[in-house]
Design a protein around this ligand. Structure first.
Ligand code: SF4
Length: 172
């Protein structure tokens, strides 16, 4: 997997101050996407063990709430598999930190048989706290929304959703 950028302190992609990782690769091609160069899976730099270490170190300070994965799309099947080792380390070494991910797919696409379901999916989602799902839809753009760009996108509490079997929102 390649990645475009790491932002060590961001406040717009989830609660608190967060490390944001922008990975490469996205098939959704949303009109007026904010980050079109990252559609290409080859864009940016290779994600290496050193990159993983940089992120882990960036998450350690107590004022950092957690990691946000975005892109590109960190839930493309190739990227799910590539990011699993990082998420395993965060849960094992930094259990107080939260993980958010932005996906151009719908939550339902990650259920068995869904178009974004792969061997990594169940573990990958179990290691995350929140998924902001759905493509950016220009006609539903609303700049007053917190942590999302268009009204169709949902901020999903993954643990509660997986437990209940129904979509549970983390916030409106
Ligand atoms: S899912 Fe995100 S990165 Fe992909 S095209 Fe849509 S807005 Fe752009």
């Amino acid at each position: 997997m390649n990645y475009a950028e790491i932002k060590p302190f961001s406040i717009e992609n989830g609660t608190g101050v967060r490390v944001s990782l922008f990975v490469s690769g996205c098939r959704h091609r949303c009109k007026e996407c904010f980050n079109q160069e990252t559609w290409d899976f080859q864009y940016g730099k290779p994600f290496t063990e050193e990159t993983e270490e940089e992120i882990i170190k960036g998450l350690i300070p107590t004022y950092i709430s957690g990691l946000t994965l975005l892109g590109g799309d960190p839930t493309e099947p190739e990227n799910q598999a590539a990011l699993l080792p990082l998420l395993r380390r965060i849960r094992a070494e930094l259990p107080g930190k939260t993980v958010w991910a932005y996906s151009g797919y719908l939550y339902e696409d990650f259920l068995p048989g869904g178009r974004a379901y792969c061997d990594a999916t169940e573990e990958y989602l179990s290691l995350m706290d929140v998924m902001v799902d759905g493509p950016f839809i220009l006609a539903e753009k609303d700049i007053s929304l917190k942590f999302r760009g268009s009204r169709n996108q949902r901020i999903i509490d993954l643990a509660a959703t997986q437990k209940s079997g129904q979509i549970v929102l983390a916030m409106e």
